[in-house]
Design a protein around this ligand. Structure first.
Ligand code: AHG
Ligand code: MN
Ligand code: MN
Ligand code: MN
Length: 337
């Protein structure tokens, strides 16, 4: 038959990132490669805890509330600690911002490096105890020239990030990342303990057939959101309506959107005036990946990556996905009062 033998030439995440470094020659120091190695390690470490959470009493609440007023789950706290420890130990970071920490962490010498990492250690907390997909989101800035690492180094538009990505803990563990040169996806081979390139050069289909919103908030939605949703559920000209898919873990909903196309949205509404998702460590990294994959990420009226954050935990409305779908949504935001 036609069967191909198994590959003896695996492209691991480290090899793939290293090949970028080799391509850039002497202008690359290898620091970002080492930082990304530290991030991969945190994802493997979190993944193994997620897998056995039910067995080792890691489900349920930790007993504390974070700065956004959310009850922290044990896995939120554990994942945060795993990331802070590994990022500090990498020697490559200067400033860390986490969903689970009120204030930024400034790394002192001798561990201080040139990069700032903003992260959501565990995304989709409400899904943990049901065994539904959850994830980790990260974005990376380089400190500004001359800076020794201050809050200004992370209060910058998302377009200035040098890399962003997420890891999804699902039926498989997938790390999806961009360093500004397209989007690649890797799958964890648990036996090897390595992320293997399985989704090279991810591009979002220009139009999809799926919408992903928490429609339970419909009574609070503003008219443009409502009118847009109506247009895809009751399309004109005999077209088929869109399918609804909403997991409630941004990582999983965005992952599906990158692969299948369509639109994901968490709008601002009468109850959540700025939306729910956090700009620095949820909206920016996902907007970065979406654009790198050929899609659009907007608040409805503004490109997300152009926003300059004023505070580290601020929120923003998010619509992202296939180019044509998001453009249509933007038209509603322009035309519906
Ligand atoms: P987190 O678990 O990190 O706090 O993030 C939850 C976010 C995001 O994952 C998801 O898209 C959204 O909250 C779901 O919100 P609703 O439950 O309001 O739909
Ligand atoms: Mn949370
Ligand atoms: Mn989150
Ligand atoms: Mn979280």
């Amino acid at each position: 038959a036609n069967e191909e033998p198994p590959s003896t030439d695996l492209i691991t995440l480290t090899r793939h990132v290293l090949s970028d470094q080799i391509r850039l020659g002497s202008s690359a120091t290898g620091d970002l490669t080492l930082l990304l190695n530290a991030i991969q390690l945190t994802s493997k470490f979190i993944a193994t805890n997620v897998r056995k959470a039910r067995l080792i009493n890691l489900v349920g609440l930790a007993g504390e509330t974070n700065v956004q007023g959310e009850e922290q789950k044990k896995l939120d706290v554990l994942s945060n600690d795993i990331m802070v420890n590994a990022l500090r130990a990498s020697g490559k970071t200067a400033v860390l911002v986490s969903e689970e920490l009120d204030e930024a962490i400034f790394i002192d010498d001798p561990y201080k490096g040139k990069y700032c990492v903003v992260f959501d250690p565990l995304d989709g907390s409400s899904n943990i105890d049901a065994g539904v997909n959850i994830g980790t989101i990260f974005g990376i800035y380089k400190v500004q020239p001359e800076s020794t690492g201050t809050i200004e180094d992370v209060l910058r538009p998302g377009r200035e990030m040098v890399a962003a990505g997420y890891t999804m803990y699902g039926s498989s563990c997938n790390l999806v990342m961009s360093t500004g040169n397209g989007v690649n996806g890797y799958t964890l081979d648990a036996a090897l303990g390595e992320f293997i390139l399985t989704h090279p050069n991810i591009t979002i289909p220009p139009r999809g057939k799926i919408y992903s919103f928490n429609e339970g908030n419909s009574m609070y939605f503003y008219p443009p959101t409502t009118a847009y949703l109506k247009s895809i559920k009751y399309p004109a000209n005999n077209k088929s309506p869109y399918s609804a898919r909403y997991i409630g873990s941004m990582v999983a909903d965005v992952h599906r959107t990158l692969l299948y196309g369509g639109i994901f949205g968490y709008p601002s509404d009468k109850k959540s005036k700025s939306g729910k998702l956090r700009l620095l460590y949820e909206a920016f990294p996902m907007a970065y990946l979406t654009e790198q994959a050929g899609g659009i990420a907007t608040t409805g009226t503004q490109r997300i990556l152009d926003i300059t954050p004023k505070t580290i935990h601020e929120r923003c409305p998010v619509f992202l996905g296939s180019r044509d779908d998001v453009q249509e949504l933007m038209r509603f935001y322009k035309e519906v009062p």
